[in-house]
Design a protein around this ligand. Structure first.
Ligand code: GLA
Length: 379
């Protein structure tokens, strides 16, 4: 994979890169729409991700090309680019250069060639992987040492303030800080984190990720409107963030039933993250099944971010004997995660496929999902 990315760099720029950096996509076990409410999340990094092959340019110009977006290289003039001024995929990468410069880091120009094996819009965090690959590449090229939590913050800034999507800190943290064989428990308020062992095979289970092939688009207003609803609920309850609500009875003070349901999802999903963490620490991976399915119901009925293909996948998988299943990511498209006893995967996947077939939906794609390491320089 390093070789392929280096070859792509040569195709783009006619010479060798100085290095190839990898940043992975992520699966979130549980804790959805909790990050921007200063709560908990529990993602793990995939093997699949984004590679940035890169080399310095002395004139300050940033050149970007992507194997997944054919066309001439995008050229960003020397100096901090203008937020919103670089359209499309390249905005995520240019935004990282901007965030680094804004923070006072002396990154200069570069040629960057992007290559990815992560489906876009599948809810596996391809944009954060692109940001993080660019971040480790640019800081690597210029010998700038930035602690991973700070680098995650800057990569997120690229997405929030350059591209203009108000996402939380989960995806960039996962891409930069996950460890192989572990999920990352992240407290999105303090940014305290713990590596939680995740070894499904040792527990006699398998985690499946099914790409429902329905595509999501964060720039759409629904993610933002959910975020605003949470902020409104917190303000009405007089707390800094919904993270501070631990007693569900407090939510009775919200008169608006929609706000009450939105908040209930956040409060209950935060609890579920801590419950799943405790189960994983005790080696009971199978025990999290019912919590996954509860989380799905909560996202479907209270937070209302699920989509038909996810609901059908979760329903068919659990009916076929899965231990639990839920939609993953921001919602409105993307992937579902399914927990099955070892040996049951084929039957469960076939059951989901049959339900899709009956509806004339394209078959879901099975995405290999093992807990791998966060971003690194490929050697
Ligand atoms: C997207 C965002 C994350 C998080 C999830 C929902 O992946 O990028 O910050 O809010 O949605 O949990």
């Amino acid at each position: 994979m390093r070789a392929a990315a280096a070859r792509w760099f040569r195709d783009c720029y006619g010479r060798d890169p100085a290095g190839v950096w990898h940043a992975p996509g992520r699966v979130n076990l549980i804790g959805e729409h909790t990050d921007y409410n200063e709560g908990y999340v529990l993602p793990f990094a995939l093997a699949q991700g984004v590679r940035a092959a890169a080399r310095r340019r002395d004139d300050g110009v940033l050149e970007l090309c992507s194997r997944q977006a054919p066309g001439p290289a995008v050229r960003v003039a020397a100096g901090p680019p203008t937020p919103g001024g670089v359209p499309g995929w390249a905005g995520y990468a240019a935004g990282v250069a901007w965030a680094l410069m804004e923070a006072g880091y002396a990154v200069g120009g570069a040629r960057v060639a992007i290559d990815a094996d992560l489906p876009q819009g599948a809810g596996l965090s391809s944009s954060a992987a692109l940001e993080c690959a660019t971040a480790v590449a640019l800081t690597g090229l210029y010998g700038i040492a930035i602690a991973p939590p700070e680098l995650a913050r800057l990569a997120r800034r690229a997405e929030n303030d350059f591209v203009g999507v108000p996402t939380g800190i989960m995806d960039q943290s996962a891409s930069l800080e996950c460890a192989r064989g572990h999920a990352l428990l992240l407290d999105c308020r303090s940014l305290a984190m713990a590596q939680v062992p995740l070894d499904p095979a040792a527990a006699g289970v398998e985690l499946l990720v099914l790409d429902t092939r329905a595509r999501h688009e964060h720039a759409g207003g629904s993610y933002t409107s959910r975020r605003r609803a949470c902020e409104r609920a917190a303000a009405l309850l007089g707390v800094p963030a919904l993270r501070d609500v631990t007693d569900l009875a407090q939510l009775d003070r919200l008169r608006d039933p929609v706000l009450r349901r939105r908040a209930r999802h956040v409060v209950t999903d935060n609890r579920r993250v801590l419950e799943v963490t405790a189960l994983l620490r005790s080696g009971d991976v199978a025990g999290m099944g019912p919590l996954l399915t509860e989380s799905h119901r909560s996202l479907r009925d209270d937070f209302e971010v699920s989509w038909p293909q996810a609901d059908v996948a979760v329903g068919a998988a659990t009916a076929a004997g899965a231990l639990g299943a839920r939609m993953m990511g921001g919602g409105f498209g993307g992937s579902v995660i399914v927990l099955v006893a070892a040996g049951r995967a084929a039957r469960v996947v076939a059951a989901v496929g049959e339900e899709y077939d009956r509806r004339n939906w394209p078959a879901p794609a099975l995405v290999p999902a093992a807990a791998e390491a966060g971003a690194y320089l490929m050697t």
